[in-house]
Design a protein around this ligand. Sequence first.
Ligand code: DGL
Length: 271
Amino acid sequence: MDTRPIGVFDSGLGGLTAVRQLRRVLPGEDIVYFGDTGRVPYGSRGREIIRQYARQDIRFLLSHDVKFIIAACGTVSSTYPPEEAARLPVPFTGVVGATARAAVDATRNGKVGIIGTAATVRSGSYAAVIKDMVPEVEIVARACPMFVPLVENGYVDDGNPVTKLIIAEYLQSVKDAGVDTLILGCTHYPLLKKMIGDFMGDNVTLIDSGKVTAQAAAAALADLGLLNGRGEGGNAHYYVSDTPDNFDELEHRFLGEFAGGPVEKIAIETY
Ligand code: DGL
């Protein structure tokens, strides 16, 4: 039994899609969330910068005495070295492993699409893990760099004409390839899930990386004996690196019924 909070971070607010699920499955756990809203997006940056940012994000969470860290960010998960993660003083998970597993379990025709940031797709992370599990799976990957700014700027309402157009532009080739499973490899994308689903059609299963990872993390916490034993009453504290105004505006979209925890701005560059 461990009463310390769970640490979750993302380049921005997309990781809140994982927090929402975590709060559903572990309602008694406390959560500390950091969203690097002052430096989002990470996905268009080079590997070394992303690693440096991830190290600061992790140091910030460790300064809050977290017991487990979730990188609720496809970009960090694809870029932060696993050897470094293994040396952290607490267990760490990204989103790639659990998401790849869910996609392999879901596909019926062996054709899986992966969408993510430029850095995620360039890294080949999801494809490598999937191929390791089932070598004959066919993979079509597409970077969708404009999705994150659309989500962070609130262009998420069903039928938004700008978003609809960009979805068609990015996803037509993935659809034409005949995938029956599509990994939303960036934790911002679930906010576009309805529109992406409408475009891809009913026979394509969408895998939400934040949701799947939260479920896997809950199972890992239980296995490691790290749960706090409470069935309810957990709270969440949110930290951001830019003004919290944007957070106040968007948290309802990301957190739904769990919106409303305290939010504070911190100076991430000092960590
Ligand atoms: N949520 C991040 C991810 O999952 C957003 C990427 C970004 O900052 O570009 O990749």
